[in-house]
Design a protein around this ligand. Structure first.
Ligand SMILES: [Zn+2]
Length: 175
């Protein structure tokens, strides 16, 4: 058990809910966002369990404030993860930031690599079921396989030759 004076908040994505992370430790506060609720409901995978958890007050469905969304988008642009994140992913990370800033002990549980990476970039603790959780944020550049140009901007194709850009991790990226 972790010793902490801070109230513990666990932010869950769809995969985390479906993998049973909601089986609650009553000392924890479980949070998610409306997009995740929709994904679980429309996927028709565990709607009863989800609804029961919300009804019982185990799981709160929250919406982040604008500044938190902007901060998430900014961080995801910096790491290059922005192209891989859904709107729901961004909303979920933004909720985690808000609680982090409000001095809660926040963990974000997601199996999605880009979600994990962006959250790490923002100083949020992450864990996942498939990926063991990455040690530090990885930054990316986009590289054109045809002409070898690299880009920090969020592009899909190479502006010089039209090649389809690929993501490549960058180590020791100096600002
Ligand atoms: Zn090119």
């Amino acid at each position: 058990m972790e010793k902490s004076e801070k109230p513990r908040v666990i932010v869950l994505d769809t995969s985390a809910i479906l993998s049973g992370q909601l089986e609650a430790n009553p000392a924890h506060k479980y949070l998610t966002c409306p997009g995740v609720v929709d994904e679980v409901r429309f996927g028709n995978l565990a709607p009863e369990r989800l609804d029961a958890a919300i009804m019982q007050g185990l799981l709160s469905v929250e919406r982040p404030e604008r500044w938190a969304l902007e901060k998430t988008t900014e961080a995801a642009s910096l790491t290059g993860d922005i192209t891989s994140l859904s709107e729901t992913d961004i909303v979920l990370i933004a909720i985690a930031i808000q609680y982090n800033v409000a001095n809660y002990d926040v963990s974000l549980i997601s199996d999605d690599y880009s979600v994990q990476n962006t959250a790490m970039q923002l100083g949020i603790k992450v864990s996942g079921r498939i990926h063991p959780g990455i040690k530090r944020a990885v930054k990316w550049v986009l590289i054109c396989p045809a002409c070898s140009s690299t880009f920090r901007e969020n592009l899909k194709t190479c502006p010089y030759c039209g090649g389809e850009l690929r993501r490549k991790p960058v180590k020791n990226l100096s600002t």
